[in-house]
Design a protein around this ligand. Structure first.
Ligand code: ADP
Ligand code: MG
Ligand code: MG
Length: 902
């Protein structure tokens, strides 16, 4: 340990000083190298320069005071430990200089190997390696190449070009066929390229090489691609990277050396076993660069049994220590194994569930921890239908999986064509370089959207996610030519009308129609697969974790359902009631005509007639739902949308009237409709005559609905069932509104219910900001609150959902005004604050007030955690999101309980 730092702020940590929990300071790579060192695993000695040093450098443009001295101290200690000096002409110590941020940013930042080589030490290295000239010159040419490219911005192609020339002069494609002389010549060529681009000779001073490489790693934090990646992955921009200085070990010393990568289990399926690639006689990047064909790691057993056995035992040790799937990088130098990196490895959604289940079985984690290790986004992914890829299909391009799902269809290049073909019943995939708000109609019409540019926050991605439509964005291998109506990819041309398939989960693009298969997880939820008796590790793991989540969660999960069929499906998915039954959906179809009569009624008698005709229809709907829910609570919302939504659009009516008049037909009815539509036209319908306001101005409307609900409940009870209706009044902003509705409703209920024993609760939505702010008053007249967070978001922010998502959200996301659409995940600071206030003040006024949420936030993982924290009783979401909400409610419970009781 090197301890005599002069400056008081510590910027450099020896590997023996760190540990895995210091990722903020040492980056993931540095923290894990330290952890492995402390475990006694064979890690080449080295030290880590902290992210704080990087932050200081990036803020001021120079290395902070004390850093140079601390590096010197640690370097000297390293030299003593290794018995070599950096760049010594006879026996040089060489090091790698490696980036490593808190969050892994694969391939985004820089690493330089073989630092310390120069015209003299290359000779010393060869001598030390047993007169292995080839190896020494290979290492030197790699240094110049990497240093040139990453430290001095020399275009990498020039080096690659020079290497190709030497190879083709030799008549080979394999770099192993180059001998020491070829490589010495290559070093000369590289030095010339270096000098040409930098205006200086390749630096021969080892310490200067080291300092410049460290600085380059600091600066790589702000390289354009790193900035873009961080924005996409929502990694904060101010973290900085650590820099690891690691003693070089050599996988390129001959056939008994090599380098490889491995996973401790299959990161694709979660299956147990060793997964990895090995490349003999190679250094560092060669494995992933694909310059030579790697062999499966199992081959190593044959090549070098003792290293293989040691590797396996280290991997087992790491799994036990990290209690999770790990991925590793290693190098074998003449039969000696060295560990160069490990971290908890990334995995697919399926593997996440399977591995969490296995680790419980293996006794490494408990069920709470297993629950914590998976999430609702992964579960949602597993519920989409998937492509069945067992045969010939190979992806032609890979973009960003921007909105999940599997979609096949005919390629179109314009919004207009998408709309046209979709109207003919075709499935279409809209392909664009990037989309803009003008493409909205085409996006709605399409099965899926494919773009060649843009990331997870591009217009296409944001809008597609909002619509729940499959989208692959930024597939930059495809070259889109809209005027010519075609795109090219991998040397093939795809014309308008050709079929492609896109996978919005993996980002992969296939030519032709890939068959789709249903999700086995959905089949399990629906009861067609029995988890206890199926030999499917994924289904078993999902079952086990869901069961645990249900046991732990405090939030109940209800569903939004308007029909008996929806209600039945949601129950199979685990819904414990209906949180939102929208009655307006019962006014559509052939009932529209009755609604028209209601709206057009000029006399009370006409209106009452229309309402009387609607009553039995509504009653039948409610009966069906109550029966389906069999005693579970059912919240019915009285009619909410503006009534003109039930009438034909103005333009269409105007045309009809004109045409009919031309023909001399009787147009009295059309004219009356047209007049009504004109009269009812609103500039801002979302802020107009809707919700409770309708109930207060249209006599008998709410009364009819209340009666239908109460009668349906009584009918179910009289038939021996149980019904628990809850009547919900929408859009209340003042307690007086609710009191007025309530008085009438109570009168009707009392009259209908009689001695049947039916109990009907009356409550309100909290979706107007004023309602949230006067919740204490409103609670006096409400037995429950249900937060309508869509409207609360809409009115809280002052933008209408229908208008903004396509118009400017992509820009707001790009600018970071919000990190995610507030319609997708609740805005905790603003809209969430309204929820908190209403919950607290409502419960203060009426202890035991039942609190829930309806609207899509109820199925959004992050929002579910928020509602748990606020202490609501339940969330309600669409049937398909019910399992996601159950899982996340369980996670929220184990996470908060975990941190409370420690
Ligand atoms: P990345 O973060 O892109 O994986 P790394 O810093 O891990 O970059 O390094 C790139 C490659 O160089 C890896 O294959 C790694 O194993 C190898 N490497 C890094 N340092 C050394 C070293 N000291 N000796 C041998 N190989 C090394
Ligand atoms: Mg690495
Ligand atoms: Mg609403």
């Amino acid at each position: 340990m090197a301890a005599q730092e002069t400056d008081d702020h510590k910027y450099v940590y020896d590997f023996s000083e760190g540990n895995k929990d210091l990722k903020d300071l040492l980056g993931g790579k540095g923290a894990n190298l330290a952890e492995m060192t402390n475990l006694g695993l064979p890690v080449p000695p080295g030290f880590t320069i902290t992210t704080e040093a990087c932050q200081a450098y990036l803020a001021t443009g120079r290395e902070p005071d004390g850093l140079a001295g601390q590096i010197e101290t640690h370097l000297q200690a390293l030299e003593r430990e290794m018995g070599k000096r950096l760049g010594d002409p006879h026996d040089p110590l060489l090091v790698s200089v490696r980036s490593g941020a808190k969050f892994s940013m694969p391939g985004m930042m820089e690493t330089v190997l073989n630092v310390g080589l120069n015209d003299q030490s290359v000779v010393g290295l060869a001598a030390q390696a047993g007169q292995n000239d080839r190896f020494a010159w290979d290492s030197y040419r790699r240094l110049i190449q990497m240093f040139g490219k990453t430290v001095c911005e020399v275009p990498g192609e020039e080096f690659e070009h020079a290497l190709d020339e030497v190879k083709s002069a030799k008549g080979t494609h394999n770099d192993l066929d180059l001998d020491a002389d070829d490589l010495r010549g290559l070093v000369d060529a590289y030095k010339k390229i270096f000098a040409k681009h930098t205006g200086r000779e390749f630096p021969q001073q080892p310490r200067e090489q080291l300092d410049l490489a460290i600085r380059a790693v600091f600066e790589s934090w702000n390289a354009e691609r790193a900035v873009l990646y961080r924005r996409q992955e929502r990694i904060p921009a101010d973290l900085g990277t650590a820099v690891n200085v690691v003693t070089m070990v050599f996988g390129n010393l001959g056939p008994d050396s090599g380098t490889g990568v491995a996973f401790t289990r299959d990161p694709g399926s979660g299956a147990q076993g060793i997964y990895g690639d090995y490349l003999a006689n190679a250094q560092g990047e060669d494995v992933v660069a694909g310059i030579r064909n790697t062999v499966p790691l199992q081959e190593l057993e044959r090549l070098d049994k003792s290293s293989y056995d040691e590797l396996l035992s280290i991997m087992a040790r790491l799994e036990e220590h990290y209690r999770d799937l790990c991925d590793i990088e290693f190098t074998i130098e003449r039969g000696k194994l060295w560990m160069l990196q490990t971290r908890v490895g990334k995995r697919t959604a399926a593997a996440a569930f399977v591995i969490a289940g296995q680790l419980v079985d293996e006794g490494l984690i408990d069920e709470d921890e297993a629950l914590h290790r998976v999430n609702g986004a992964q579960l949602a992914q597993l519920m989409f239908p998937r492509f069945q890829l067992d045969h010939e299909f190979e992806a032609v391009a890979t973009g960003i999986g921007a909105s999940p799902g599997a979609a096949s269809g005919k390629v179109v290049f314009t919004s207009a064509r998408a709309v046209e073909l979709a109207a003919e019943g075709e499935s279409v995939i809209l392909v664009r370089r990037e989309t803009n708000p003008d493409d909205l109609n085409g996006m709605i019409a399409a099965k899926g959207i494919l773009t060649s540019r843009g990331g997870k926050t591009s217009h296409a991605a944001v809008v597609a996610r909002g619509m729940g439509k499959t989208c692959v964005s930024g597939a930059d291998e495809i070259d889109v030519n809209v005027p010519a109506k075609r795109f090219t990819v991998a040397g093939q041309t795809v014309d308008e009308g050709d079929v492609v398939s896109i996978d919005g989960t993996t980002g992969k693009v296939y030519l032709g129609e890939v068959p789709v298969m249903p999700s086995e997880v959905v089949q399990y939820f629906e009861g067609s697969i029995d988890a206890e008796h199926v030999d499917n590790p994924l289904v078993r793991a999902v079952h086990r974790i869901m069961t645990h989540a249900d046991g732990k969660r405090r939030l109940a999960v209800r569903t939004n359902a308007d029909t008996g069929a929806d209600a039945a499906r949601a129950r199979r998915f685990g819904a414990e009631g209906i949180g939102l039954c929208r009655t307006e959906h019962m006014f559509l179809g052939d009932r529209r005509e009755l609604v028209e009569r209601l709206i057009l009624a000029r006399a009370a008698a006409e209106r009452d007639e229309a309402l009387a005709a609607l009553l039995p229809l509504q009653r039948a709907d409610f009966e069906e739902i109550f029966r389906e829910m069999d005693g579970l609570p059912v919240t019915v919302r009285l009619i909410d949308p503006p009534l003109h939504e039930f009438l034909p659009p103005l333009e269409q009516l105007a045309v009809n009237v004109a045409v009919a008049q031309e023909r001399g037909e009787d147009v009295a009815k059309e004219e009356a409709l047209l007049a009504a539509v004109r009269r009812m036209h609103e500039e801002n319908p979302m802020l107009g005559l809707r919700g409770v306001r309708l109930g207060l101005v249209i006599p008998g409307l709410f009364a009819m609905q209340v009666r239908a609900i109460a009668e349906a409940a009584v009918a179910v009870v009289r038939a021996g069932g149980v019904a628990r209706p809850e009547i919900m009044v929408p859009l209340v902003g003042a307690v007086q509104e609710l009191e007025t509705v309530r008085a009438e409703a109570e009168r009707i209920i009392a009259e209908v219910v009689g001695d049947s024993g039916v109990e009907v609760l009356i409550g309100t939505m909290i979706e107007v900001p004023r309602a949230a702010l006067t919740a204490g008053q409103i609670a006096e007249a409400a037995e429950f609150f249900s937060f309508g967070t869509n409207d609360l978001t809409q009115m809280g922010w002052g933008f209408s959902r229908d208008d903004v998502e396509g118009a400017f959200f992509w820009r707001y996301l790009e600018l970071g005004i919000f990190g995610i659409s507030p319609f997708e995940s609740i805005d905790r600071d603003g809209v969430g604050r309204l929820v908190r206030i209403a919950a607290e003040e409502g419960r203060a006024a009426r202890p035991g007030l039942k609190l829930g949420v309806c609207g899509e936030h109820g199925g959004d993982p992050d929002s579910v955690h928020f509602f748990h924290e606020v202490g609501l009783d339940y969330v309600s979401c669409s049937p398909f999101r019910v399992p996601v909400a159950r899982l996340e409610a369980g996670r929220a419970a184990v996470e908060t309980d975990g941190s409370d009781s420690r």
